[in-house]
Write a protein that binds this ligand. Sequence first.
Ligand SMILES: *[C@@H]1O[C@H](CO)[C@@H](O)[C@H](O)[C@H]1NC(C)=O
Ligand SMILES: *[C@@H]1O[C@H](CO)[C@@H](O)[C@H](O)[C@H]1NC(C)=O
Ligand SMILES: *[C@@H]1O[C@H](CO)[C@@H](O)[C@H](O)[C@H]1NC(C)=O
Ligand SMILES: *[C@@H]1O[C@H](CO)[C@@H](O)[C@H](O)[C@H]1NC(C)=O
Ligand SMILES: *[C@@H]1O[C@H](CO)[C@@H](O)[C@H](O)[C@H]1NC(C)=O
Ligand SMILES: *[C@@H]1O[C@H](CO)[C@@H](O)[C@H](O)[C@H]1NC(C)=O
Ligand SMILES: *[C@@H]1O[C@H](CO)[C@@H](O)[C@H](O)[C@H]1NC(C)=O
Ligand SMILES: *[C@@H]1O[C@H](CO)[C@@H](O)[C@H](O)[C@H]1NC(C)=O
Length: 484
Amino acid sequence: MRKAVPLFLAILLYHSKFSLAKPPSPPLPVLPVPSSSQLKWQRREIIMFFHFGVNTFTNSEWGTGHESPTIFNPTALNTTQWISAASALGVSLVILTAKHHDGFCLWPSRYTHHSVALSPWHGGKGDVVSNFVNAAHAGGIDVGLYLSPWDRHEKSYGLDVPYNEYYLGQLYELLTNYGSISEIWFDGAKGANATNMTYYFKDWFGMTKQLQGSINIFSDAGPDLRWVGDEKGAAGETCWSQINRTSLRIGDASLERYLNTGDPRGTDWVPPECDVSIRPGWFWHETEKPKPLNQLIDIYYKSVGRNCVLLLNVPPNTTGLVSEIDVKRLRQFRLAIDKIFKEDIARGSIVKASSERGGKNGSFAASNVVDGDEETYWAPEEEKKGSYWIELCGLNQTAKFNVVRIQEMISMGQRIRRHEVYVDGKAVVRNGTTVGHKRLHRLEQPMRAKSVRIRIPESRGPPLLSVVGLHFDPFKPWVSTNTL
Ligand SMILES: *[C@@H]1O[C@H](CO)[C@@H](O)[C@H](O)[C@H]1NC(C)=O
Ligand SMILES: *[C@@H]1O[C@H](CO)[C@@H](O)[C@H](O)[C@H]1NC(C)=O
Ligand SMILES: *[C@@H]1O[C@H](CO)[C@@H](O)[C@H](O)[C@H]1NC(C)=O
Ligand SMILES: *[C@@H]1O[C@H](CO)[C@@H](O)[C@H](O)[C@H]1NC(C)=O
Ligand SMILES: *[C@@H]1O[C@H](CO)[C@@H](O)[C@H](O)[C@H]1NC(C)=O
Ligand SMILES: *[C@@H]1O[C@H](CO)[C@@H](O)[C@H](O)[C@H]1NC(C)=O
Ligand SMILES: *[C@@H]1O[C@H](CO)[C@@H](O)[C@H](O)[C@H]1NC(C)=O
Ligand SMILES: *[C@@H]1O[C@H](CO)[C@@H](O)[C@H](O)[C@H]1NC(C)=O
């Protein structure tokens, strides 16, 4: 009995000491890091664009600015139907072309007559922007707007001060009359009679941030989101979220490659958005059809699977509705993504790593990559260059996989410069460069394995992984036949 007391005390002491032990603090971020609005945007993964306006009725892609507003006459416009199309794909943000290059405004701007106010639609009392925003918000979906700087109708276009004032006036209307706007879209397109005119981007950006504090501004050069450099929906195989804004110029085609890949040494966090249309054109044309499902899946791998957000355009038709064939394709696309990623054979597997900050049972354990929570992550100790690795062991060997999903904890900065995927300790099945928010590797052959190892030979500081997933994709890869 007398002997039992000190033992009991020793156990008590051990446990109290254990519970008082401080967990290791998180590692330092590697700058630059995203803002909260940029992080929210990145996690949306797919967003949607609606190109709609006079071009819809003239069967063209670029209007002249000389269209009569009376041609704008959708017989049964229903933006709630557009939003249910967006919901079919499961997107959380939709963007509307409030004004395209033709200068026709989908809202009754007080600064021009070239708008819905002079159209027969709703007897000139309608406002497509307002309908759109209300329908989206009613469906729990955020909105964005595109206001084309190039304006082929406006008389002051080409004259620096008058046109920039006109543009700011319209921008003010859009940013103050329609509630919360989550993204604004600017491009640098210019008319031939305006090559000497300057778009006052700094003024536009300044007013935008003043009126909508949590908005993301998209343009070729950010400040928040950048163009990916093509309209095919494909990012570079190397794709950094960071870039040097000082090297960017809006509307400069020579920068497309730099935009496509970003810059590991970039000082600014300006992640790329991949804009592509579900159809050949951006506006609706009777003779066009949506892209086949396997092409959309391919676009998903090349955009979302390369650290980008996919901005998919779906043009409403002259009735003012998204055609049923497009809605059906959107629904198929969502079902396909869910089918591929619902099952994850890595989930719950045993995970080993080159090291774990705070040890095996700490908050940065390797097992965080298979816990189904994107907010937890594996952090290694600071190691020698090239020695970082993580390995999923004891995998279900009857389950096949042909997709490897790797996700970095980008809130702490994008770090990985090179990575390699090994199966069963031997062959490298895939080499890659950047990872970022999400990197998807589609393997040529389905595999079964006991273990999968990710080796990280090069990174900016210790790599922080939030997820490693293994999936089976039953869809046939898209092969372009457009090589004539
Ligand atoms: C608009 O579309 C929605 C969703 O498809 C539908 O429920 C609603 O009835 C439509 N409204 C009208 C006026 O047709
Ligand atoms: C440029 O062209 C547009 C029409 O295309 C016109 O409205 C505008 O006045 C022109 N600007 C100048 C400065 O000539
Ligand atoms: C642009 O400016 C140059 C020189 O300042 C002038 O020669 C040219 O005519 C201008 N172009 C236009 C389209 O106004
Ligand atoms: C971007 O800026 C960083 C820091 O100034 C610099 O080291 C890097 O070389 C720049 N990248 C390019 C492509 O100029
Ligand atoms: C537009 O799409 C709706 C929904 O599929 C369809 O009912 C309507 O006929 C289409 N309009 C045209 C002009 O194709
Ligand atoms: C980690 O936790 C497990 C289960 O709770 C325990 O058996 C093991 O001793 C712990 N290891 C360390 C190093 O604390
Ligand atoms: C292993 O995978 C096979 C094929 O997907 C599945 O039928 C089986 O239930 C899995 N076993 C375990 C233990 O998860
Ligand atoms: C990966 O790179 C190594 C050289 O670093 C090379 O030997 C190997 O063949 C590559 N594997 C694949 C699948 O590309």
